[in-house]
Write a protein that binds this ligand. Structure first.
Ligand code: BGC
Length: 452
């Protein structure tokens, strides 16, 4: 059952990545049938993060009301419906609507799947499962790019969109075989059902008494405390809120999703005219993103969060500036430099700025405001994702690629300063130790001050 849970987590992440990446490879083909202005194209592309922003904002409330499993099943159905509508669309506004639906499913699943997993998984493998989810996102992006490579040709964008329905349906079928979260059942005062669910998860015959008691205890404590967003702004908790939200602001304004959603177009702007070369380079982007994320999972706990973040921001700033310089001076810089720089940019991102905001948002908030804190961080993630994905085509048409990338580079340099001034080193500290430091009123950044 544990592996089954891991698969379910992985499919949710995979769908997230697939629906993000597919637009990059489908767009050049789509443009032949449905040409779009930068404004309409930007909005159509950004409809996914916009839908996700809405989905993530309401997910907490609806999963508490209807249950984790039921809400995930609804999201799975939306994934499939959205994919079918996108595949069969006959007008641009229908595609916008389909992508809004897909975004909604992503936003809901991005909050509910990790919650469901962390409530249903035994403590020993919880961290590993969260990491699986991260990796699955990058795998979904890679597969969407590979799909673009495999089925290139006129009109095949319909198939690319439609294929997203397959993992959506698998997700739905998989969920049908899982029990509801025992923790949610307990919260809703169904102790017998909670026991039955836990028995199914741990295997018939397992002794679940102790675990069930812990769950009942925690559920009781939770029911008696009211969720209070205002606590997030109190002087003691505010430093954590600033770190959580700013890290996602920086992650998105590093320009990552300009690359993930528009890679072939960027290669076209940098002078690569062949569609095949654009798709191949895009697959390179997806591969480096996936492989480096595996490396990051190891480095995060050995090298530490702060050094990795600084390294990531230096790498992304330097590579963005290199590309800007190459685009302005094509006579001085050979064109392959752009591809290498973009791949190094992705590696710098995936080793640090990609996974770290997700990891840290689950560590820095005190338990009593962990859920609202994480939801504010997610809102920052999707909100700025939407801003960048919507604005990028307009910036490309207005100020050009070099100036746009230079802006991303300047923000990354700001990221170095922010990390040094505000981000605490949480590596090696228990959640309780992090919370105690925050509550002590000492500057948050001084946690683990000896390290960089
Ligand atoms: C970000 C996504 C991005 C992905 C790329 C994630 O950490 O939150 O917005 O598309 O990394 O791998």
């Amino acid at each position: 059952m544990i592996y089954f849970l891991a698969c379910i987590a992985a499919i949710a992440g995979f769908l997230f990545g697939y629906d993000e990446g597919v637009i990059a490879v489908a767009r050049p083909l789509l443009d032949k049938d449905f040409p779009m202005t930068p404004l309409v194209g930007g909005f159509m592309t950004a409809a996914v993060p916009l839908g996700a922003l809405i989905g993530a904002s309401v997910a907490g409330r609806i999963t508490d009301r209807f249950g984790r499993r039921r809400v995930l099943m609804a999201a799975a159905a939306l994934f499939a419906v959205g994919a079918f509508i996108a595949a069969g669309m006959t007008a641009t506004w229908i595609l916008v609507a389909a992508r809004l639906v897909l975004g909604l499913a992503i936003g809901v699943a991005a909050v509910t799947a990790p919650l469901f997993i962390s409530e249903a998984a035994p403590v020993s493998i919880r961290g590993g499962l969260v990491a699986t989810y991260q990796l699955a996102i990058t795998f979904g992006i890679l597969v969407s790019y590979l799909t673009g490579l495999a089925i290139e040709g006129e009109g095949t964008w319909r198939l690319m969109f439609g294929l997203g329905a397959v993992p959506g349906l698998l997700f739905l079928i998989g969920l049908a075989f899982l029990p509801e979260s025992p923790r949610w059942l307990m919260l809703k005062q169904y102790p017998d059902k909670a026991r039955a669910s836990l028995l199914r998860l741990r295997g018939e015959g397992a002794n679940v008494n102790e675990e069930l008691q812990d769950i009942a205890h925690a559920a009781h404590a939770e029911a008696s405390t009211k969720l209070d967003y205002s606590v997030l702004w109190s002087p003691k908790v505010r430093p954590a809120l600033i770190v959580g939200m700013t890290l996602f602001f920086l992650q998105q304004l590093s320009g990552i999703n300009a690359v993930i959603y528009y890679a072939p177009e960027i290669f076209a702007h940098a002078g690569f005219d062949s569609g095949k070369v654009q798709t191949l380079a895009t697959v390179g982007v997806g591969t480096v993103n996936f492989v480096t994320t595996i490396l990051a999972m190891y480095l995060i706990d050995t090298l530490g969060r702060r050094p990795l973040l600084v390294l990531g921001f230096i790498g992304t700033a330097a590579t963005m500036l290199t590309i800007a310089f190459a685009v302005i001076n094509p006579a001085l810089v050979p064109s392959w430099v752009v591809i290498v720089a973009l791949l190094l940019y992705i590696a710098s991102f995936a080793i640090s700025i990609g996974p770290l905001p997700h990891v840290m948002m689950s560590e820095i908030f005190p338990l009593r405001v962990r859920a609202p804190g994480m939801s504010m961080a997610s809102i920052s993630n999707w909100g700025f994702n939407f801003v960048v994905v919507f604005a990028f085509p307009l910036m490309l048409a207005g100020i050009g690629l070099a100036a746009t990338f230079a802006i991303f580079a300047i923000i990354c340099i700001g990221g170095i300063a922010f990390t040094l001034a505000r981000v605490p080193e949480t590596t090696g500290y228990s959640l309780e130790a992090i919370e105690a430091h925050l509550e002590s009123g000492r500057p948050f950044v001084t946690l683990g001050a000896a390290k960089i």
